[in-house]
Design a protein around this ligand. Sequence first.
Ligand code: SAM
Length: 335
Amino acid sequence: MGRTSKDKRDVYYRLAKENGWRARSAFKLLQLDEEFQLFQGVTRAVDLCAAPGSWSQVLSQKIGGQGSGHVVAVDLQAMAPLPGVLQIQGDITQLSTAKEIIQHFEGCPADLVVCDGAPDVTGLHDVDEYMQAQLLLAALNIATHVLKPGGCFVAKIFRGRDVTLIYSQLRVFFSTVLCAKPKSSRNSSIEAFAVCKGYDPPEGFLPDLTKPLLDHSYVCHRSILSPTPRETPLACGDSRLRRLSHVPDPDFNQLDGPTRIIVPFVTCGDLSAYDSDRSYPLDLEDGSEYKYTPPTQPPISPPYQEACTLKKKGRLAKEMRPQDCPISTVDTLPQ
Ligand code: SAM
């Protein structure tokens, strides 16, 4: 594959390089902001799962805050520095990382928390969706500690089997929850973004990092979903949480009537915006000769680096075909 073939296939990848963004994802956040005015009045923001940093670039350029720390960027991977962005390297599902982020916002909460986190996709849809949901809930948990009332939370979501449960959990904390698909996000991808506005936790809610996530045996009473109080699943700690050992594990995706959450699905980005599923010719508008632009900021220590080095030395293990296995696993299975 030539170095320009990706430019041709993926117009947002090419535009990102031409506009100085570190990743094409920058357009997703920009298009979400166009639709929902996410940055209005925002001076402090958290960017969870931020590497290589295009969302942090957008935030540091578009929001009103000053000085290092008005944007806090967190990722498992190291990220090249950005002006005004404080970086924390860590796993957002770990207590220690969450504590570090929360400490930064003590006494001065954030207006916006964004999370573009994605696990390394395995291709096993259930596993990928589960991992994605865990990232989202870890992000939500952090958001409940650092967001100011009325604040906004935006997170990547996979529209899979359990998405209704996640919407229900988000609705517990935000007055508006909807699902958005920016034009720069490929139709072929199940990714979308949960856009949650108006942070408004249940009365008496005390954020608690030690409470388990996605545990169906926790329920809370909240009348938010219907005029009469009903039991609603909750992601994070709540002083009114109670464990109902006598209640069988409910399937929240089967909720009916007023407890069933159907959130609006909104596409965003100008209708004339580029289609992320199409290939475009390289000499786009003015017919001038195409010039290759190198990536703005190549990843500083990508996880694939070791594999590339091993491959160059011919030491990367090859996938084993069944006929190469010394003992057939079929033979060793109990009858
Ligand atoms: N929004 C970024 C940008 O614009 O440059 C792109 C984010 S990329 C799609 C997903 C990121 O999620 C990866 O950098 C990955 O390291 C990070 N990630 C995945 N699991 C994580 C975790 N448990 N904690 C922190 N970061 C995580």
